[in-house]
Design a binder for this molecule. Structure first.
Ligand SMILES: *Cc1c(COP(=O)(O)O)cnc(C)c1O
Length: 339
């Protein structure tokens, strides 16, 4: 009997732990991480700090927590944070930035990435009736911009300008692994524009749980306390860190194939009538539908066993990940053609 196969293109968060990863988790050496005694957590944090070219790193359960701790590190209530359009820590973290750090946002430019001129327009001179600008957040790759990579020179110029204005820089690098794989820049080069950087192990890398926040030794010491304050001081967390380490060591290569498959998906979708496909930098494909609503299209695809997300009234998002092979992409293309 043929097994019904659901092709899940909603996100790279749907990846299940691989057999090798499950073995690494089962075999993990552990201790009580609240006492700083979990060897696997310490190894992961050292490894990630080194890869990102920072002094220290901290394992946290989610990317949301990593970003929110970063906001708390850099800002005081009432401060202003400059971000690109659709930035995750402003738009997709349940209002946490207002609830915890008490910051407000100023949006620079359009489309997610922005340049120095847009930064200058978003940052005003100090005045008693205005919020204090304190931090710039760059998101690389930019999720809502379709997995777009920041051009290296542009990121550097924005970062230099931010510092000249006296602002700190946080990099939301949930998918920095993808940016590195696709651009050929090292993770440390990409992270070099920022004071703090967050990365996710639970996106394309395929770990079930976890992110890290990296930065100076002092920043990460303070972050560790904030993590405890948020209720995420964890005990034998090496079981989870083993999955993240395995992902970093063994599943990073695969991102290149995700990018090739995403490009193939985009190229063939562009041949179908009624679809306008955005340029693809990494593993995310944005598609505008011209003849019906995105929600209707999502429903039609669902009946054909293909899952995608509607991210705007007329825009779909399809995300390629390691649980999909070329045959799945071809089957998804067939479903798109029928839908
Ligand atoms: C997924 C994601 C996060 C973190 O999400 P969690 O679900 O909290 O792990 C942060 N930033 C970006 C850009 C993301 O895509």
């Amino acid at each position: 009997m043929l097994r019904r196969v659901i092709i899940d293109l909603r996100s790279d968060t749907v990846i299940r732990p691989s057999p090798g990863m499950r073995r690494a988790m089962a075999d993990a050496e552990v201790g009580d991480d609240v006492y700083g005694e979990d060897p696997t957590a310490l190894k992961l944090e050292r490894t990630v700090a080194e890869l990102l070219g920072k002094e220290a790193a901290l394992f946290v359960p989610t990317g949301t927590m990593a970003n929110q701790i970063a906001l708390l590190l850099h800002c005081r209530p009432g401060d202003e944070v400059v971000v690109g359009e659709g930035t995750h820590c402003m738009a997709f973290e349940s209002g946490a930035a207002a609830a915890w750090a008490g910051v407000q946002f100023s949006v620079a430019g359009q489309g997610g990435l922005f340049d120095v001129a847009a930064l200058d327009r978003a940052v005003h001179a100090p005045a008693d009736l205005l919020p204090n600008p304190r931090l710039v957040v760059l998101e690389n790759t930019h999720n809502r911009a379709g997995g777009a990579i920041w051009p290296a020179l542009q990121a550097r110029a924005v970062s230099d300008r931010a510092r000249a204005l006296g602002l700190a820089v946080h990099l939301d690098g949930a998918r920095l692994w993808n940016a590195a794989a696709a651009s050929g820049s090292s993770l440390a080069e990409l992270a070099g524009v920022a004071d703090t950087v967050s990365v996710c192990f639970s996106k394309g890398l395929g770990a079930p749980v976890g992110s890290a926040l990296a930065g100076s030794r002092d920043a990460i010491k303070a972050a560790r306390r904030l993590r405890k304050m948020m209720g995420a001081g964890m005990r034998q967390v090496g079981v989870l860190c083993a999955a993240a380490l395995y992902a970093v060591e063994h599943q990073r290569e695969r991102l290149r194939e995700d990018h090739l498959l995403a490009r193939r998906l985009a190229a063939k979708l562009a041949d179908l009538p009624g679809l306008a496909v955005h340029p693809v930098d990494t593993n995310i494909v944005l598609v505008d539908v011209t003849h019906r609503s995105a929600a209707e299209f999502v429903q039609r695809l669902r009946t054909l066993d293909v899952l995608v997300n509607a991210v705007l009234p007329t825009r779909l998002r399809a995300v390629v990940h390691r649980d999909l092979e070329a045959a799945h992409i071809d089957a998804a293309l067939g479903a798109f053609a029928r839908a």
